[in-house]
Ligand binder design. Sequence first.
Ligand SMILES: Cc1ncc(COP(=O)(O)O)c(C=O)c1O
Length: 389
Amino acid sequence: MMQHIQNLETPAILVRQDILTQNMQKYQSECDKYGKKLWPMVKTHKASAFCKMQQEIGADGFLCGTLDECEALCEKGFQNIMYAYPAAGTISCSRIAKLASKCNFYVRLDSIESAGMLDEAAARFNANTAAADGTGSPDVSAPVTISYTLIIDCGLHRFGIAPENAAVFADQLKQFEHLRFAGISTHSGHVYGEADPDKIAIYAQDEQNALHTAAAVLEKAGYEIQLVTTGATPTFRYAVADPCINIYHPGNYVFHDAIQIGNRTATEEECALSVYATVIAHPAGDLFICDAGAKCLGLDQGAHGNASVKGYGYVIGHPELTVCGLSEEVGKLHVDGITDLKIGDRIRIIPNHACSSANLTDYYIMVNEQDQVTEWIPVDIRGNKTRKI
Ligand SMILES: Cc1ncc(COP(=O)(O)O)c(C=O)c1O
């Protein structure tokens, strides 16, 4: 017999199986409609079982936020893997060289320094492989070459080169014999700083314009651009039809959250993940305390400075409640008006940022529409869990 969530210990991270599947299908079918590939960002859920679901629904590859995620996916047999951020340092670059020898791997670049380190790592990898071979010279039939996309800055001002400088920068990278130009990537993360939902389309236009400009200068300089990649959940619906872009990387779309409700990318009914909590105290007329705190909900109030969300999460079915404060293990619920809440009640809170909550649990408790537990899914590709040295 299936367990009902009433019998679960709290706090617990619940994921509605049906909503998760619908979200995955919705974004995949948009990509299919326009002949685009979906390579979801996996840092949102960090669960290989969800990658498998995404792949079964049609995802063609994955974008990872950490090298741990890249390695875990590669070990599990996923083939098309891209690392989202630039790398530096011997250890990371050596890990990348190894990944490039094992799967169809792409890294992203925006500096000569990082390119140089990656090039050296590939040379080292080839030399070591040849030495291990006993031949003493690099295996010229199959040396590792690291494929990269150039990061183009479309307004987030975190990584990336200005679109109009793409060809000049690509020319500079030609000196690195173990690197291969594969295309261009961007991310319109600055959309999360926008408080007005009616202005989201502007950020999609930013990512499209940046990629168009970069592609034009590169093509003019004779580059063959294999991959033109971008993605963020709020801008996806505006950018998906762009003829220049061929791969999309939304991540949060699988769960959605209070930030996506706030910017009108999703409705409450499209939020798959919630924190299940018990009301444990009632210290004042307008104040309750629940057993979910910052260690479940996260302290996010918007990824890039957008404080348009109210409090630290959205309590389902209780518009009169605001999660007004979080300690590590408990949360404060402020009552505005009348409530029927009492000690012992169970509540479900949609976190502001589902990706942060997901990173704070070791497993998802999958539930159906009748609030019965169907499965426990491990968060098995999160980094920082394995001792590597
Ligand atoms: C480079 C990059 N691409 C894609 C994403 C996915 O964005 P979202 O979670 O808005 O879908 C992220 C998320 O932070 C990112 O950093």
